[in-house]
Design a protein around this ligand. Structure first.
Ligand code: GRG
Length: 293
């Protein structure tokens, strides 16, 4: 399998769905739709929808039931990026290689565009037709909890609280398990839920996602030091500048690189129960270790 070709194919598929679920609007509300679409369609790796679809397929899922969820998770992720870039949070000017939402549309519009993307995510998942609506309800419950105080928002709260003071590696792990890890877990777990996976597979997906999420975050911390603005599409060095604790600041680059490999190997091991059906998820984990953006 050529992972790059496969990822390009899945990215295009995801972007076609995003276009379908968030078309442009020419009413008197066109401005807010433009602001939502600006960030949602600005590129990005589409990692979460791709993970979700691949987990769904690995568990034998097929058909369109997963599509609203693929869009929803990317909308939630995009809303978190828009809000994270705001002056009240990270105050960043560049994201996905473009001016951030508030730079382009103003702060009020950026706040509303983020809010609207979050609401749209749950509107589309709760109003679609499904072959098994009970699975969809469970997936909505999981996704909403993962996005909230017990997940991504909780992680952001702890992260802000930890700025400009030294924390332990365990505290850092907890922050990232919520801030970055919760949505990555939700991608894999909702894929499994929508495919009707049994508990063995659900547990394997969870295990894979937990380890992949940590590896992904450590790689992100490394790239903030060793990457380039051109490749990443966002400023580098911003973690150190804003006094953030990162794997690099706590463990150093060399140990952080080792940790990425260790967590990636643990993610791969978790997939043993899938046999050949886990090939793509395995390849994806290996690809992410080396990512430059
Ligand atoms: C403000 C509600 C709220 C939450 C903020 C997730 C988050 C919490 C903030 C986003 C900023 C950030 C650096 C999060 C860490 C997770 C991470 C590495 C996000 C970037 O995800 P990628 O690399 O981005 O998948 P693309 O652009 O490729 O989709």
């Amino acid at each position: 399998m050529n992972i790059k070709d496969e990822l390009n194919k899945l990215t295009k598929y995801t972007e076609g769905l995003l276009e379908k679920y968030l078309p442009s609007d020419d009413s008197d509300l066109s401005m807010i739709y433009e602001a939502m679409r600006y960030s949602l369609l600005a590129g990005g790796k589409r990692l979460r929808p791709i993970l979700m679809l691949s987990s769904y397929r690995a568990c034998g899922g097929s058909g369109a039931d997963i599509e609203p969820f693929m869009c929803a998770i990317e909308m939630i992720h995009t809303y978190s990026l828009i809000h994270d870039d705001l002056p009240a949070m990270d105050n960043d000017d560049l994201r996905r290689g473009m001016p951030t939402n508030h730079i382009k549309f103003g702060e009020a519009a950026a706040i509303l565009a983020g809010d609207a993307l979050l609401n749209k995510a749950f509107e589309i998942t709760s109003s679609a037709e499904y072959s098994d609506p009970r699975r969809a309800l469970n997936a909505i419950a999981y996704l909403s909890a993962a996005s909230g105080t017990e997940g991504m928002i909780g992680g952001q709260v702890l992260d802000i609280d930890a700025e400009n003071r030294n924390i332990t590696l365990d505290e850092l792990k907890r922050i990232h398990s919520l801030k970055t890890g919760a949505l990555i877990r939700a991608a894999c777990v909702t894929g499994g839920i929508m495919a009707g996976a049994d508990e063995t597979r659900m547990s394997a997906l969870r295990d894979y996602a937990v380890n992949l999420g940590i590896a992904f975050q450590i790689r992100d911390d490394i790239l903030d030091v060793t990457g380039s603005e051109a490749e990443l599409g966002k400023p580098i060095g911003s973690d150190a500048e804003s006094g953030k604790n990162t794997y690099v600041s706590i463990c150093g680059i060399e140990r952080s690189e080792e940790l990425v490999s260790e967590y990636t190997e643990a993610a791969e091991r978790a997939l043993a129960t899938f046999g050949e059906n886990g090939t793509f998820l395995t390849e994806l984990a290996r690809y992410l270790v080396k990512r430059r953006k």
